[in-house]
Design a protein around this ligand. Structure first.
Ligand SMILES: [Zn+2]
Ligand SMILES: [Zn+2]
Length: 299
């Protein structure tokens, strides 16, 4: 039976049907499943598939952080252009992974500059060359090492690099006036993270990055996270970063204990839980387990 006729026949008419009509209307108005949420001072986020995109709209131009995929980036571009007629001045990448930079190509001829950490550019080139996808890339034309300073309208944007974490090229971008920090994939909210050892990731150093990030911000800082298990939790506070640092520490401790007991990597990564971890769930637990075991055993 069709949902609609089921609703009519069971007499759940008002509430449920109204809800159904509302979601049907939403699908009609927005055939793609993306969401935009403004945070403050004209800084907002865009979510569809891949890493959370951050953006700033100002009369002097638009700045975008990360680009998701080639087929989702045009949705973001259309939305920011609807809201701001000034040109897209900057596209910043938090790191090279495809769910953050595959959409760069959609900014070709649109964004005036593409910026990333110097290691992110090296990684992006390496991966693209291996995958034979060089023609699908738009590479950064500006890179930085320790820090970066940009100004757009009234907003000062600072880029930081704290050393290896999720990769060896994770940049953090801070909208100083709005007090919002995009931390990219240094934060997986309640979701097991990717740990890209092939691109220089290091979990112990990652914990240190998260500690520095908490100190950089204050009580009022809004952090934008690369990924979140639950929709709507793509932003949060220093408290969330602390929880994730604790999680990483527990994964490393677990690997160390089991490694010392002589447990093989093959057996270790079959674990389906991590002692003391309750808030991180979903798929992909083998990823941090594998990385932690490799990190511990190669010491
Ligand atoms: Zn990602
Ligand atoms: Zn990533």
């Amino acid at each position: 039976m069709h949902r609609r006729s089921f609703l009519y026949h069971t007499g759940l008419f008002t509430g449920a049907s109204l809800l159904f009509q509302k979601s049907a209307l939403a699908t009609m108005l927005n055939p793609f499943d993306y969401k935009i949420r403004m945070l403050r001072n004209n800084v907002g986020i865009f979510t569809e598939r891949g890493g959370t995109i951050g953006f700033l709209l100002s009369p002097e131009g638009t700045l975008v952080i990360d680009a998701q995929f080639e087929d989702t980036a045009p949705h973001l571009i259309a939305e920011v252009q609807k809201r701001n007629t000034a040109p897209i001045k900057f596209l910043l990448n938090t790191h090279h992974h495809g769910d953050h930079t595959s959409g760069n190509i959609a900014f070709k001829g649109i964004a005036e500059h593409v910026v990333a950490h110097q290691n992110s550019l090296i990684n992006q080139k390496n991966v693209a060359e291996k995958a034979n996808k060089v023609d699908k890339q738009l590479y950064p034309d500006q890179t930085f090492d320790k820090d970066l300073k940009l100004k757009l309208g009234k907003e000062k944007i600072t880029g930081y690099y704290f050393g290896p974490g999720h990769t060896n090229g994770d940049a953090i971008y801070h909208f100083e006036d709005a007090n919002i920090m995009h931390v990219g994939d240094l934060m997986f909210n309640k979701r097991h993270p990717f740990v890209d050892r092939s691109a220089g990731a290091n979990m112990r150093s990652w914990i240190g990055d998260l500690e520095r990030l908490q100190k950089k911000g204050g009580k009022d800082t809004i952090y934008i996270f690369g990924h979140s298990l639950n929709e709507g939790e793509e932003t949060g506070s220093a408290e969330d970063l602390k929880k994730f640092a604790d999680y990483l520490d527990k994964v490393l401790q677990f690997a160390e204990t089991e490694f010392k007991k002589g447990v093989s990597k093959e057996d270790f990564i079959k674990n389906t839980s991590i002692p003391g971890v309750t808030e991180w769930s979903g798929q992909g637990i083998e990823r941090p387990l594998t990385a932690a075991y490799e990190e511990i055993s190669s010491k």
